[in-house]
Design a binder for this molecule. Structure first.
Ligand code: AMP
Length: 566
């Protein structure tokens, strides 16, 4: 693979096959079929570790057949290219089969976190014009059933664990297994324009509804080469990406990139558990491991002795993403695991890794690394129609990227204006503040907006506030991220009650419970403080920053626009 100066995206595209007879580029073909047809057909593509301890392996050839069946099933269900398939199932084989099968059928795939509560799921499926939902009976009952009838466009609910008889109790419900069993295992992917939409991932901003970042089939070029450059994937490797596909990392690097690179991707259905994780690294012979800082900090908490009980000699490369990786974590890994952790940076909108500490490069603990080949990053400030680049080292500004890499999002679904406002001239504004040192390493400083990063999840304060004010006692709510040594930030809410409502411990617990049942464990606040009034600007905007400064005891900054308390 070419790197550095001689890198070009068109050469990178040449590393992929493209659909036979020049019929375009399809992610699922590059990930599955091109291996299935060749000598790699018998290689294990996925090794699924179930919660119950069973291991299910699926070779590239088997995966090709299963995904063909799913693509054919969509045809029988009259699902057209461009329609959206939502996946809400946890990390089970059916989710991966459905994702790749839907891509073959040129449908758009949107995986969701199963830890989301009913409200984030409903709003995302509504914005995303869900046509099909692939889920399990339990998740459907707990998170979807109560509002299912509000989405008339949702024609099919495919239940991964139900028989035909069991599924018949659900409106539009079908047994996924029965559907696959009767579907043809042969399928020819129709011509796919590289610009055809493929993947939809929701992310959050400070205000408004969740944003659906839409990616196209061309993104596979980025997924493929960054798997090699940033994660050091080599054909035949065993690779474990611990992220859930509900987060873009679990799709780009848990699903697409490992397969295009012909490796075996380990998928663990279970949630974090230190001992289990070390055991997986040993027993599965993981060569490359991609995880997140919160998980690393939890491993650190479980002590230095535990990893020494396991043979991690097969582990060649460790990388992490999603939040700042503290220098201590890199040093801990070097000392205890005998290898450093290579931090890298990207976000939902970029679709793939942009900045990384790559293999062989000097790691500066605490730095996100340097831009990958083909990526031009800068520190800048927005100007009318462009950007002012800050050339001096070690000066803070917004991290910006020159647009045009293959996995760049193509729009926010139904929100073209919001999409366009991320760009100025040739530059994409990431919303992150950073600085670059004299040697070109980038250092994360913070977010330019009020979004919260908790355990790697980006949480929009507005979505949480909206759920809080649905509680009858709550008049107003504001939400901030409160620094936490393990998960980065926790969600903290400030709440003003309606006149006549009494503050009490019981009410506080009730509001916490309400938020948790609406939002799920990922986004619900962990802490609530009652306030008589929330500080606002004269124009009525809640000043989350001021609340945060007061909470942390840091300077309050400019309060000249603050409304006089009533
Ligand atoms: P998401 O779109 O949910 O993947 O979140 C992307 C955001 O996570 C970025 O804009 C950053 O704020 C943060 N992030 C991702 N990777 C890193 C990293 N290596 N260091 C610091 N923050 C990161």
């Amino acid at each position: 693979m070419k790197t550095g100066e001689d890198f070009s995206w068109s050469d990178a595209r040449g590393e992929l096959d493209g659909l036979p007879r020049d019929r375009g580029l399809n992610i699922a073909y590059e990930a599955v079929d091109r291996h299935a047809r060749g000598s790699a057909g018998d290689r294990v593509a996925f090794r699924f570790l179930s919660k119950g301890g069973e291991i299910r392996e699926m070779t590239y050839r088997e995966l090709s057949e299963e995904t063909n069946r799913f693509a054919n099933a969509l045809r029988t269900l009259d699902v057209a290219p461009g329609e959206t398939i939502f996946l809400l199932a946890g990390r089970i084989p059916e989710l991966y089969v459905a994702a790749l099968g839907a891509l073959k059928a040129r449908a758009v795939v949107c995986p969701l976190f199963s830890a989301f509560g009913p409200e984030p799921i409903r709003s995302r499926m509504e914005i995303g014009d869900a046509r099909v939902l692939v889920t399990t009976t339990a998740l459907f009952r707990r998170k979807v059933a109560s509002w299912r009838d509000e989405l008339p466009e949702l024609s099919h609910v495919l239940l991964a664990d139900a028989t035909t008889e069991q599924a018949s109790g659900t409106r539009g419900g079908t047994s996924l297994r029965a559907l696959l069993d009767t579907a043809d295992p042969e399928y020819t992917i129709e011509p796919t324009d590289p610009e055809d939409p493929a993947l939809l991932h929701f992310t959050s901003g400070t205000t408004g509804t969740p944003k659906g970042a839409l990616h196209v089939h061309e993104a596979v070029v980025g997924h493929h080469v960054t798997g090699r450059s940033a994660l050091s994937l080599r054909e035949g490797d065993v690779f474990w990406c611990t992220a859930d596909p509900g987060w873009v990392t679990g799709t780009s690097y848990g699903l697409v990139s490992p397969l295009t690179n012909g490796v075996t991707s380990v998928v663990d259905e279970q949630e974090f558990d230190s001992e289990r994780w070390y055991r997986i690294l040993e027993e599965q012979g993981v060569n490359v491991w991609y995880t997140a800082p919160t998980a690393v900090r939890m491993l650190m908490k479980s002590g230095d002795e535990l990893p020494r009980r396991f043979d991690l000699s097969r582990l060649r490369f460790i990388a992490s993403v999603g939040e700042p990786l503290n220098p201590e974590a890199v040093e801990w890994s070097q000392r205890v695991l005998d290898r450093p952790i290579h931090d890298n940076w990207w976000q939902t909108e970029t679709g793939g890794i942009m900045i990384a500490n790559v293999e062989g490069m000097e790691i500066r603990p605490g730095s996100m690394g340097r831009p990958l080949p083909g990526i031009e990053a800068a520190i800048g400030r927005r100007t009318d129609g462009g950007a002012d680049l800050i050339e001096d080292p070690d000066v803070e500004g917004e991290l910006i990227l020159r647009k045009g890499w293959p996995s760049m999002f193509r729009t926010y679904l139904h929100e073209e204006g919001r999409y366009r406002s991320c760009f100025s001239g040739e530059w994409y504004f990431t919303g992150d503040l950073a600085r670059r040192d004299p040697d070109g390493y980038y250092w994360f400083v913070g977010r330019a907006d009020d979004v919260i990063k908790s355990a790697g999840h980006l949480i929009g304060p507005f979505e949480v506030e909206s759920a809080l004010i649905e509680h009858p006692a709550v008049a107003e709510a504001a939400v901030i991220g409160k620094p936490d040594p393990v998960v980065g930030e926790t969600v903290k809410a400030f709440v003003a009650l309606h006149p006549g409502q009494e503050e009490s411990e019981d009410l506080l617990l009730e509001i916490l419970g309400h938020a948790r049942s609406r939002l799920g464990s990922v986004a619900a606040p962990k802490e609530i403080t009652f306030l008589d009034d929330l500080p606002k600007t004269r124009s009525g905007k809640t000043l989350r920053r001021l609340l945060k400064a007061r909470e942390l005891g840091t300077p309050e900054g400019d309060t000249s626009t603050l409304e006089e308390p009533s």
